[in-house]
Design a protein around this ligand. Structure first.
Ligand SMILES: *Cc1c(COP(=O)(O)O)cnc(C)c1O
Length: 395
């Protein structure tokens, strides 16, 4: 049993590349060349240097003593929140901009929901001096003004998606339409381990630096490379994919994925994709997604804009269906409480997405000898407005 992509682009029965004919040549070219390009010595050198000097890697692996005292076990936090731009997303956009250059692409497009991936993309385009167009739902543009301003300041053009619910999935549709119209000169930087093959695998490889570092860092601290648990929140699944990557085939390490339950898994206002989802095709791959009986996508809901995606990456669907990963979910309220708790007892204000991963520590019923790594995917600055709205009820 392997949990990595096979040569057809599948993880078990999930994955594949379900794309319009017009994109076939582009995706085929990417598929043929991505592995060879990213493991070339010159690419690796440039990627590593940028991760080190621009992003600020390696990120610390921090033993959270007071959090551990509260929940048992030894809980380490992998500090992706300390990356430039505040989250793990930059690992992927750095990798993809270097790839785009080697593919001879002069123009970058991206989709964004909350704006975090848009900011990470605009950042690397500014770094490389490349034209950048970010598609964003008109509703999200209204809700996420600071990130829209950041993208514009970084020189990107933010184009509103006006169709459907005018949120992330509509922005994704617009980006795909753009790509169809500009197949020659444009590279599409997808922000998570979703989309047609080879994107899920390519993004996972760029994010795999997270577990690569975890292994040597934990070895230094505990004398062994493998923890008992790795915990990560899952929107599309890229921070989790990176945190799991080098532990996938080591069954001693239990993989824990945390989804957003919104107002409650059965409330009708949730983004718990793996529990509520059924098999189908979304954005070019076969996976689990929230859909009605006749295949209409159900709008997901979570207080956290980075987790309210109606699908999950195909690798996660496979990890869950095969039993390799356990799934937990946390509600809006549990996530807010966890955010407040980490701030108070460790002096770290986490992103709302990340707070979902922290919120399930209580449900895990840890033993004293358990070693746990929680992937602290991002920092909470971007969520301050939401935290302010709830400050009185939480303190
Ligand atoms: C975007 C985001 C996520 C969710 O995306 P994944 O692809 O599931 O990692 C999680 N945490 C933070 C901080 C984010 O910005």
């Amino acid at each position: 049993m392997t949990y990595q992509v096979d040569d057809r682009g599948y993880y078990g029965e999930f994955g594949g590349a379900f794309i319009p004919e017009m994109l076939h040549a582009n995706v085929e070219n990417l598929k043929k060349r991505y592995v060879e390009i990213i493991y070339e010595a010159d690419f690796q050198k440039e990627f590593d240097n940028l991760l080190k000097d621009y992003v600020g890697r390696p990120t610390p692996l921090y033993l959270a003593k007071r959090l551990s005292a509260l929940y048992g076990g030894k809980i380490y936090l992998k500090r992706e929140d300390l990356n430039h731009t505040g989250a793990h997303k930059i690992n992927n956009t750095i990798g993809q901009i270097l790839l785009a250059q080697r593919l001879g692409k002069k123009r970058i497009i991206a989709e964004t929901g909350a704006g975090q991936h848009g900011v990470a993309t605009a950042t690397v385009c500014a770094l490389m001096g490349v034209e950048c167009i970010v598609y964003m739902g008109q509703v999200d543009i209204g809700r996420q003004a600071p990130n829209v301003a950041r993208m514009r300041m970084l020189g990107a053009e933010v184009r509103p998606a006006m169709s459907g619910s005018r949120t992330l999935k509509d922005a994704t549709n617009e980006a795909i339409r753009d790509w169809i119209n500009n197949p020659e000169d444009t590279h599409y930087i997808i922000g998570s381990v979703v989309g047609p093959h080879p994107y899920p695998d390519m993004v996972a490889r760029f994010q795999s630096v997270i577990s690569e570092e975890m292994k040597w860092q934990l070895k230094e601290k505990e004398g062994r490379e493998q923890p008992d648990y790795v915990v990560a929140c899952v929107g599309g699944g890229s921070n989790a994919a990176g945190a799991f990557y080098h532990y996938l085939d080591d069954e001693r390490v239990k993989l824990v994925s945390v989804e957003a339950a919104g107002l409650g898994v059965d409330s009708g206002e949730s983004a718990a994709t793996s529990v509520l989802g059924t098999k189908g095709i979304i954005h070019g791959s076969r996976t689990l997604l929230m859909q009605t009986e006749d295949g209409q996508i159900i709008e997901p809901y979570s207080i956290s804009a980075g987790l309210d995606y109606p699908g999950i990456g195909p690798q996660h669907a496979h990890l869950i269906e095969s039993g390799r990963a356990q799934v937990y979910s946390a509600t809006d309220k549990e996530a807010l409480t966890a955010a407040m708790e980490l701030s108070r007892i460790e002096g770290i204000i986490p992103a709302l997405e990340t707070s979902h991963a922290l919120a399930i520590l209580d449900q895990m019923k840890l033993k004293e000898e358990d070693i746990v790594i929680v992937n602290l995917s991002g920092r909470g600055d971007k969520d301050l407005a939401t935290y302010i709205d709830h400050l009185d009820e939480l303190t």
